[in-house]
Write a protein that binds this ligand. Sequence first.
Ligand SMILES: *[C@@H]1O[C@H](CO)[C@@H](O)[C@H](O)[C@H]1NC(C)=O
Ligand SMILES: *[C@@H]1O[C@H](CO)[C@@H](O)[C@H](O)[C@H]1NC(C)=O
Ligand SMILES: *[C@@H]1O[C@H](CO)[C@@H](O)[C@H](O)[C@H]1NC(C)=O
Ligand SMILES: *[C@@H]1O[C@H](CO)[C@@H](O)[C@H](O)[C@H]1NC(C)=O
Ligand SMILES: *[C@@H]1O[C@H](CO)[C@@H](O)[C@H](O)[C@H]1NC(C)=O
Ligand SMILES: *[C@@H]1O[C@H](CO)[C@@H](O)[C@H](O)[C@H]1NC(C)=O
Ligand SMILES: *[C@@H]1O[C@H](CO)[C@@H](O)[C@H](O)[C@H]1NC(C)=O
Ligand SMILES: *[C@@H]1O[C@H](CO)[C@@H](O)[C@H](O)[C@H]1NC(C)=O
Ligand SMILES: *[C@@H]1O[C@H](CO)[C@@H](O)[C@H](O)[C@H]1NC(C)=O
Ligand SMILES: *[C@@H]1O[C@H](CO)[C@@H](O)[C@H](O)[C@H]1NC(C)=O
Length: 428
Amino acid sequence: MLVSVLGSALLYAVIANALQNGVGKLPALGYNTWNAYHCDINETVVLESAKLMVSLGLKDAGYEYVNIDDCYAEHNRSSTGELLADHIRFAHGMKNLTDQIHTLGLKTGIYSDSGWFTCGGFPGSFEHELQDATTFQDWGFDYLKFDNCNIPFDDIIRQGMLGKYTRMADALAQLAKSSGQPPFLFSLCQWGWEQVWLWGSTLGHSWRVTGDIAPDWDSLAFIINFNSFITQATDFYGHNDMDMLQLGNGGLTFDEAKSHFTAWALMKSPLLIGTNLSAITPDILEILTNKEILAINQDPVIGKSISPFRWGLNPDWTSNSSFPAQFYSGPSENGTVFMLLNTLNEPADMFFNLTESPWIRAGRQYSVRDLWSHTNNGTAVRNFTATNVPAHGVVALLLKDAGDEPAGIFPPCAVWDNCAYENGTAAN
Ligand SMILES: *[C@@H]1O[C@H](CO)[C@@H](O)[C@H](O)[C@H]1NC(C)=O
Ligand SMILES: *[C@@H]1O[C@H](CO)[C@@H](O)[C@H](O)[C@H]1NC(C)=O
Ligand SMILES: *[C@@H]1O[C@H](CO)[C@@H](O)[C@H](O)[C@H]1NC(C)=O
Ligand SMILES: *[C@@H]1O[C@H](CO)[C@@H](O)[C@H](O)[C@H]1NC(C)=O
Ligand SMILES: *[C@@H]1O[C@H](CO)[C@@H](O)[C@H](O)[C@H]1NC(C)=O
Ligand SMILES: *[C@@H]1O[C@H](CO)[C@@H](O)[C@H](O)[C@H]1NC(C)=O
Ligand SMILES: *[C@@H]1O[C@H](CO)[C@@H](O)[C@H](O)[C@H]1NC(C)=O
Ligand SMILES: *[C@@H]1O[C@H](CO)[C@@H](O)[C@H](O)[C@H]1NC(C)=O
Ligand SMILES: *[C@@H]1O[C@H](CO)[C@@H](O)[C@H](O)[C@H]1NC(C)=O
Ligand SMILES: *[C@@H]1O[C@H](CO)[C@@H](O)[C@H](O)[C@H]1NC(C)=O
């Protein structure tokens, strides 16, 4: 038993090392055309978006990728099987476009599919993996999102989700080796949670945990609830992808937009802006450039996600797509991060005892930093209450150890029921 456990752990370590390519340690930050434009894309809109990433200060805030989603290709491959860029919408060719994006100091991503066709019905990469990877590299791309539509019948593919996505992961690794160029950042769009059983597989940078996001609270609540049960699967090099950001696309209140950004960032999802940047409003821009929240998403020392420590409204471990867990915490290089999510349709006071979070030390007090108001909010002893949190609103806090709590606090243990005197007599 011991031998086989050890054996599989070693085997896993070997696999992980073989797949880990050094790219994508931190969640990707960038832009993707899909949520704002769907199939209505062309070189103008992509390049304009790239320029706006710079002029709006998003590049300076750390967003580095400008990614093209589905519908950029001709419906037919070339006579030698190569993918072709749509000759009208990308009239100057992909290399011309990616050169211009690189000149702006940004990186750029492209899209394909693990099956016969993409979700939009354009050629997929099944049985063309290395050829397409080579095309994407020749076109100058740095990042590949790989979708899950139109997959071959079982008697052809004879692979599970891991094997299906390994085909392209292998092609990208082979290409990096043969060309000597940096490996693509590989973003799996497989709409599921299989990766949880693969111990946070390092097959790619990220994997999608659900189907597509919509710009409304129901969709956010659904994704947050789902992801709250698999937060342990995220760490450096392998991220739960909660899907591209919808803030700025209507359908969300300002507080909901803040909750969206906070949950995605602190759960260490890639953050790909999906709005029409020509029409972006200052309040949405302010959310997207919240430096303190972005810093936690991009923590270079701690890769872990926040996780729920109490569900709040519902009993702990309740899965409820409309009313997810409300109290979350996690470690960061500067202290313990808390997210309080008011899932109610009305404002609420939100209280927690500090030691409900496993990252907090008993008997210590903590300075409180509010990551949205950007203020220091005093010192918390034993507990903290956020008052009047708006409906569907969020509070994000960073608690830093500020030394021993004052002497003589009663009860002598925060979790009084479990304590005992040194002579063994129970305290309560
Ligand atoms: C490019 O796409 C944008 C957004 O869909 C559209 O407004 C514009 O007219 C298109 N430009 C060309 C030259 O097709
Ligand atoms: C394009 O591909 C389709 C099948 O996907 C085929 O029917 C059609 O003849 C091809 N067109 C050209 C111009 O090769
Ligand atoms: C892109 O194409 C345009 C039009 O042909 C040309 O003026 C420009 O120099 C090209 N840019 C790059 C970076 O290739
Ligand atoms: C993007 O926003 C600009 C400026 O408001 C507007 O002119 C354009 O039509 C929008 N594009 C789309 C595809 O909504
Ligand atoms: C930690 O604090 C330093 C100094 O304020 C800051 O530069 C860094 O971004 C913070 N890291 C995180 C993960 O918040
Ligand atoms: C979700 O939680 C709310 C609030 O407790 C409850 O009213 C509702 O019945 C729950 N829904 C499901 C599907 O459990
Ligand atoms: C919060 O902690 C303080 C000690 O700092 C204590 O006096 C107060 O009763 C606690 N509040 C609750 C609701 O437990
Ligand atoms: C922290 O203090 C600021 C400034 O007083 C305030 O606006 C904010 O609501 C406080 N945050 C919390 C969670 O109480
Ligand atoms: C917070 O701590 C107080 C005092 O120990 C205790 O009575 C209360 O039940 C705790 N609340 C939660 C939500 O843990
Ligand atoms: C243990 O110590 C406590 C506190 O000093 C005391 O009240 C209690 O009587 C002691 N119990 C025994 C069995 O000596």
